[in-house]
Ligand binder design. Structure first.
Ligand SMILES: [Zn+2]
Length: 648
């Protein structure tokens, strides 16, 4: 269910976060794929494909000298390491535009209309002229080396349970190519996703708690869905979250896919930032100065020749080495937790892995352990003339990788004295985050001269305004009054992830509205609790299920059995399910005869109990015909059969 759920606060440290005191300020950018027929700059379909690609080609993205200053330093670093990008294609659904062999076509009008519609719903002011812009992106996610986007509207606001959240901009951008895998210096991308239009709504950074952020994201998603013009399902939606606390820097968490994870991500990120500020204060208390942290990497291989550590043994066997870095005054702080299960040492390890391409690191706060013994740690301290107050970081890898890794750790340790480094981070499955790259400066946008601007005429806006969909609150009233959903069910449905599907069903079968709502929510959740993957059932089969129900091909008591079967056979049809489960509805005559047989077999009970026999008999009949006959009809026929039996 898609209600703003209370955020889990089971962790000890969590309960201590005072968001007001921390001065947390959070903004979000919600992206969702628009359900257009064609891509943003060409006529290719907006389809994701899982069959084998037809051909591939290879590119190295090369920023020119003048662009170097504006390129994301992390992307530049990757480029300098000689990263090669391999793009996977399909003959019949990808054209020369995605391959960057042909200039982009006109901006897709359908995508622009959808974005204008969403802008009007959010009281945002559409621009007079839509100008396509380019932003340099050399991470390989785009064959051209830049991403194209347009701003469609500025300003506006949305109401989130009475809290007004200002909107900064609404725009459309092209989705990136899909990363399939990374192998050494090669990255494989699939071009099916490249160019699918994404609506992008950015809020002002005004939210102060995880609950507000979660509720705002849900509200934006709801408004997207009422237009019926966004794609559905996992992978179609993506949110970026900006989080800062008082005295810190802005951290951008990119690519959170699950709506329900947002609150958790915010909570953990605020915790991390608060902990990093405490770390800074503690380092200051200890009198640690930035100049003491030197990027000096020591070869300590000879101290570990007899080590029983698997990682170290493997490195030495590969003729690599063991390298160390001293962090003055850091003893006891590297092992400090900043998020559940993640320590200051994890922050260091992220930098080491990214900039040094090593597997991981050891630090003295966690040693002796992992096969490294106390004697080795003592020797290491003596050899490096490290004090008890100092921490030592160890990496076992090649000399160049270790040097890059440990220098990056030294830089990160220097940043710890300032507080919170500005970073782009990626979400992990439990809501904690990992460093993904330094936060690029405000990227310069260039006008895209290959695509003509579009004028937004008054006439066009008027037409869109006339066709605006109902807002969630209006739908709520309609579900309640026209479709007779109870208040509770209507409220659940309006927040449901399956509201579009629900509306598709009731458009065809208004009389099945209540059944459809309780199927898509109550039954859905029941089955999910039993770990039945109902979300795997193709939507067209769910629609067909209601067609067949309307045709009385089965009785509604069988819906959960059918959904279970379909979830287990996601490539099969409802008709096959009905057949396989033996659910074909019994004809009235056949039902009558089954009932008469049961009544006759229980003639003694009928004679003794009279009408009070109906209850137990009903149970017997339903056991026989469940899912194949309507309960009400069974009850009627049973009553007359009992009556006939009594009179005979
Ligand atoms: Zn194309």
């Amino acid at each position: 269910m898609l209600e703003a759920q209370p955020i889990r606060r089971d962790d000890q440290a969590m309960t201590q976060i005072d968001y007001e005191k921390a001065g947390a300020l959070i903004g979000i950018e919600v992206h969702q794929q628009l359900n257009t027929k064609t891509k943003l700059f060409c006529n290719c379909p907006t389809e994701i494909r899982e069959d084998d690609p037809h051909f591939t080609f290879l590119r190295r993205l090369r920023p020119t000298q003048s662009e170097l200053g504006e390129v994301d330093p992390a992307a530049l670093f990757e480029f300098q390491k000689g990263r090669v990008h391999i793009y996977q294609n399909y003959d019949d659904s990808i054209c020369l535009v995605e391959q960057d062999e042909e200039p982009p076509h006109l901006l897709d009008e359908e995508a622009v209309n959808h974005a204008l519609e969403i802008s009007l719903l959010m009281k945002s002011q559409p621009v007079d002229e839509i100008q396509v812009m380019r932003k340099l992106v050399i991470d390989g996610s785009n064959t051209t080396g830049f991403q194209r986007s347009v701003v469609v509207a500025f300003g506006g606001e949305i109401d989130v349970n009475g809290f007004k959240v200002p909107i900064q901009t609404i725009g459309v951008e092209e989705d990136a190519a899909r990363k399939i895998q990374e192998k050494g210096t090669k990255t494989y991308w699939r071009l099916d996703r490249l160019g699918i239009p994404l609506i992008e709504v950015a809020t002002a950074p005004v939210m102060k708690t995880p609950e507000q952020v979660q509720a705002t994201a849900l509200r934006i998603g709801q408004i997207f869905r009422v237009t019926g013009k966004v794609k559905r399902g996992l992978g179609t939606i993506r949110q970026d979250i900006n989080v800062s606390v008082k005295g810190g820097a802005i951290i951008e968490i990119k690519g959170v896919q699950q709506l329900n994870l947002i609150g958790q991500v915010v909570q953990y990120e605020v915790q991390r930032q608060v902990e990093l500020l405490k770390l800074r204060d503690e380092l200051k208390n200890r009198g640690v100065r930035s100049g003491q942290i030197k990027q000096v990497v020591h070869d300590v291989s000879k101290l570990f020749q007899k080590s029983t550590s698997k990682v170290i043994k493997a490195s030495l066997k590969r003729k690599e080495g063991v390298y160390a870095l001293v962090l003055p005054g850091f003893a006891g702080l590297v092992g400090k937790e900043v998020q559940p299960g993640r320590r200051v040492g994890s922050e260091f390890a992220d930098y080491a892995k990214f900039w040094g391409d090593v597997q991981g690191l050891f630090h003295t706060d966690e040693l002796p352990n992992y096969g490294i013994i106390a004697d080795e740690v003592n020797k290491l301290r003596r050899h490096l003339k490290a004090q008890d107050a100092d921490a030592i970081i160890i990496v076992a890898a090649s000399k160049s990788a270790s040097t890059d890794a440990l220098k990056a750790v030294a830089l990160r340790a220097q940043q710890a004295l300032k507080g919170i480094p500005a970073e782009t981070r990626g979400p992990l499955a439990d809501g904690t985050t990992r460093y993904s790259r330094p936060r690029p400066g405000a990227a310069r946008m260039y006008p895209e001269t290959d695509v003509a601007p579009i004028t937004v005429t008054k006439k066009r806006l008027k037409r869109i305004r006339q066709g605006l969909p109902e807002l969630p609150e209006e739908k709520l009233q309609k579900f309640h009054e026209e479709y007779h959903l109870s208040d509770e069910l209507a409220n659940i449905m309006i927040r449901s992830l399956r509201i579009d599907l629900f509306e598709d069903i009731i458009k065809k079968h208004p009389k099945l509205a209540v059944t459809a709502a309780s199927t898509l929510e109550t039954s859905w959740r029941n089955l999910e609790r039993e770990e039945i993957k109902v979300d795997d059932i193709p939507e067209e089969q769910v629609l067909l299920l209601f067609d067949r129900l309307a045709e009385e091909k089965f009785a509604k008591e069988a819906i959960e059995d059918l959904l279970t079967w379909l979830a287990q056979h996601p490539t099969q049809t409802v008709d096959k399910a009905i057949q396989d489960l033996g659910l074909g509805v019994i004809s009235k005559d056949e039902l009558k005869s089954i009932i008469e047989q049961i009544v006759e077999a229980n003639a003694v009970m009928v004679a003794e109990r009279g009408d009070r026999a109906i209850g137990p008999l009903m149970g017997l009949v339903m056991k026989e015909v469940r899912g194949r006959a309507d309960g009400k009809l069974v009850s009627e026929l049973l009553r007359s059969a009992v009556k006939a039996q009594q009179q005979s």
